[in-house]
Write a protein that binds this ligand. Structure first.
Ligand code: HPA
Length: 251
């Protein structure tokens, strides 16, 4: 089953997606806590599990999300591939507010998050390969879906994952740029690596909602971010819908 993890501003697919039938909301208990609320839906005969990363109303900040419980819950429901939507700040010139990307790589700057199932407590330590953090066929399916709805999208780029919850200083963004980051956000890790540990395919659809600190005019204003969220989320959902439609067509 396909899962969609909704980023901030995308708390539910109900009411947002044409032809979506919501079947039930599962409250999944996990060895890592919970319950995790997962909305099981059906669209054009394709089953989708929807999980709002920050819970209803964006209550849980990125550094407090229980990523292990979320990933475990999805897999226990039979999820084998995940499209994660994430809001980011744009660093490279082709990611102004409103632009989208399907990143190819990431750099993890987070700290103190539970970032492995193989941490020696429940399961013996293991060092998995993470050379390519995002699943290539899923990335390509996302690119095709974006093309189908006529959305220009950056196919590639490096996602710098920061701890938050504060935004960055201008100097931190210059350092990220020197490191090769094209976008900055707070949620792709440890989500991506936990999916890999569970052998669940995972790709990211990122929406730039602001220029990263120091790159736009003036300071970063929440009101501006919210405005971009508004129309950006509609476009994100359109791409997910197109992806599901091609799955319904047997792709
Ligand atoms: N920095 C970090 N995370 C973000 C940003 C940002 O500028 N915008 C949206 N998520």
């Amino acid at each position: 089953m396909l899962a969609v993890i909704g980023g901030s501003g995308l708390g539910s697919l109900r009411g947002e997606v044409r032809a979506l039938e919501s079947e039930t909301i599962e409250a999944v208990r996990t060895p890592y806590g919970g319950p995790v609320q997962v909305d099981l839906c059906r669209m054009k005969d394709v089953r989708i599990a929807f999980l709002p990363r920050h819970a209803a109303g964006d209550r849980i900040p990125a550094h407090k999300v229980n990523y292990r419980a979320n990933l475990w819950a999805l897999q226990s429901l039979g999820v084998d591939r995940i499209i994660a939507t994430n809001t980011v700040g744009g660093i490279s010139e082709d990611l102004p507010p409103g632009a989208m990307a399907i990143p190819k790589q990431l750099i993890d700057y987070t700290w103190g998050r539970e970032n492995s199932f193989f941490d020696g407590a429940d399961q013996a330590p293991r060092h998995i390969d993470f050379t390519r953090p995002y699943d290539e066929p899923l990335r390509q399916a996302l690119r095709d879906a974006a093309a189908k709805v006529g959305k220009q999208i950056k196919f590639g780029g490096v996602y710098g994952v920061l701890q938050g919850p504060r935004l960055e200083t201008a100097a931190e963004i210059l350092r990220l740029r020197r490191d090769g980051c094209d976008m900055v956000g707070m949620t792709s890790m440890p989500e991506a690596v936990l999916a890999r540990e569970l052998q669940v395919r995972y790709a990211c659809l990122a929406l730039s909602v602001n220029w990263a600190a120091g790159l736009g005019e003036g300071l970063i204003e929440m009101a501006d971010i919210k405005r971009v969220h508004g129309f950006g989320t509609v476009e994100l959902i359109g791409i997910v819908e197109a992806l599901v439609e091609s799955e319904a067509g047997g792709i």
